[in-house]
Structure formats: structure tokens, C-alpha cells
Write a protein of this length. Structure first.
Length: 256
């Protein structure tokens, strides 16, 4: 147990160092003439955001279907079928949308980032960058972190609308509701607090997933086997931290 705790705190300390270093190279170094290459940022935004769009749409669409069916079954007993749209909108905007989007990003993009950086570590390409005078954090991590932080809220918003569309299909086809009434109720029940809390969560989750993925890519040891292990650890750790962070942020927004 002491060895496990010692290793755990070593990981936490190293991750905090990497995170602080990332913040420096992202927001402080540009004022000292060391600007990030914008092309790298847009490339990462394309890889993370655009290429994840389809799977986010599918996941959120089916989640909207499920939420509408489950809520209709309960609301029908109390004569509240007209509230299905509002319930779906509030649930996906406040809670389910940011979390599911982050889990998709962790499984698809986080694993890819860890594997890519881990392969570079095994091939000693990261050491070669340092030899050439290029900081790996500035050159490799910052574009990936910023790309995911920027695209996570965008994917969340689009996913929320897709989930609401799924709920609309259930309401119109099976609950005999008017589509206009459904969307009207959805936006009536959405509060400003739901929107900004969902956006803050998506930014926090994107920051966690990207930094965890980069960290496990940087500490790879043992060749191809080590890359596989670090990739698995990256995805598992990201999912656990997403749920833990969601719990903390939900409690925060609940009490303020």
C-alpha cells in the first residue's frame, strides 16, 4: 500500500507539473515572443472536433431517444407528457451532454493522443526535439490541449441539439405531440444556469482529458507494450476523472 500511494502521489505531482508547464507555454510564452503555430492548432481542432462529430451525433441522438421514452413513461402517470421536451433539454444541457461528449473524446481522441506521443517517446523523437532546442510541451502538447478545450464545448452544444431532436422524434411519432410545442417547451424550461454550467463542465472535461492523455503519452516505457498499457490507463483515468469532476462541479452549481 505505501508503494502504491507513493506512486500515486508521484503521478499527481508530475501531472501537476506538466499542467502548469502547459499553461505557461499556452498563455505566458506568447508574450515573450514564443508564439504557438496556429496551423498546428487548427489541425488538432480538425482531428478532435470535426472527425468526432459523427460519433457524438450518434451517441447523443440515441440518448435523446432513450431519455424521451423513459421520461414519457413516468410523466404520463402524472399527466405531464408536455414536459418531455423540457426534461430532455435540461438533462442533456446540464449533465448528460458534457459528460458523454467528454467520454467520447477520451475514448477516441485521448487514446489517439496517448498512443501518438507514446510512440514518439519510444522512438526517442521527443529527445530529438529537445536536442534541436524545441520544447515538447510547447511544440506538441499545447496545440492538442487547446484544440480539445476549444472543440469540447462546440461538440457539446451540437450534441445537445441532436439529443433534443431525438426526443422530438419520440414526442411527435409516439406521443402525439406537436413539434413546435415540443421545441417551445424545451427552450422555455432551459435556464441560463443550465447553459453556462454545461459549458463550464465541457471546458473542464476537455482540459482534463487532453492533459491526462498527454501525460500518459509522455511517461511511456517499455516499447510497444508500454504504449498499449499507457493508452489503456489514459482512457480509464480520464473516464474516472470526468465523473469525479462532474460530481464536484454539480455540487458547486447546486449550492451557489
Amino acid at each position: 500500500m505505501p508503494i502504491t500511494l507513493t506512486r500515486f502521489f508521484q503521478h499527481v505531482t508530475s501531472w501537476c507539473w506538466l499542467f502548469s508547464n502547459t499553461l505557461y507555454w499556452a498563455f505566458v510564452s506568447p508574450f515573450h515572443g514564443k508564439k504557438m503555430r496556429v496551423n498546428d492548432l487548427f489541425r488538432q481542432m480538425t482531428l478532435i472536433g470535426v472527425r468526432s462529430l459523427l460519433i457524438v451525433f450518434l451517441v447523443m441522438f440515441f440518448m435523446g431517444l432513450v431519455l424521451a421514452m423513459q421520461s414519457a413513461d413516468t410523466l404520463e402517470k402524472v399527466g405531464g407528457l408536455s414536459m418531455v421536451g423540457g426534461l430532455v433539454a435540461a438533462a442533456v444541457m446540464r449533465e448528460i451532454g458534457p459528460m458523454l461528449t467528454a467520454i467520447v473524446l477520451a475514448g477516441r481522441c485521448g487514446a489517439a493522443i496517448t498512443a501518438e506521443l507514446g510512440t514518439m517517446r519510444v522512438a526517442e523523437e521527443l529527445d530529438a526535439l529537445e536536442t534541436m532546442g524545441l520544447n515538447p510541451v510547447h511544440f506538441l502538447i499545447v496545440p492538442r490541449v487547446l484544440g480539445m478545450v476549444i472543440m469540447a464545448p462546440c461538440l457539446t452544444i451540437l450534441g445537445v441539439f441532436m439529443a433534443m431532436y431525438g426526443g422530438c422524434l419520440i414526442s411527435v411519432l409516439f406521443l402525439d405531440q406537436d413539434a413546435f410545442h415540443y421545441w417551445q417547451k424545451s427552450f422555455e424550461m432551459l435556464k441560463l444556469k443550465d447553459v453556462y454550467s454545461g459549458m463550464i463542465k465541457s471546458v473542464a472535461f476537455g482540459t482534463l482529458v487532453s492533459n491526462i492523455a498527454c501525460y500518459f503519452g509522455f511517461i511511456v516505457e517499455g516499447g510497444a507494450e508500454g504504449v498499449g498499457k499507457s493508452t489503456t490507463q489514459s482512457v480509464v483515468t480520464s473516464i474516472v476523472m470526468i465523473i469525479a469532476c462532474d460530481c464536484v462541479l454539480t455540487a458547486f452549481f447546486y449550492f451557489i
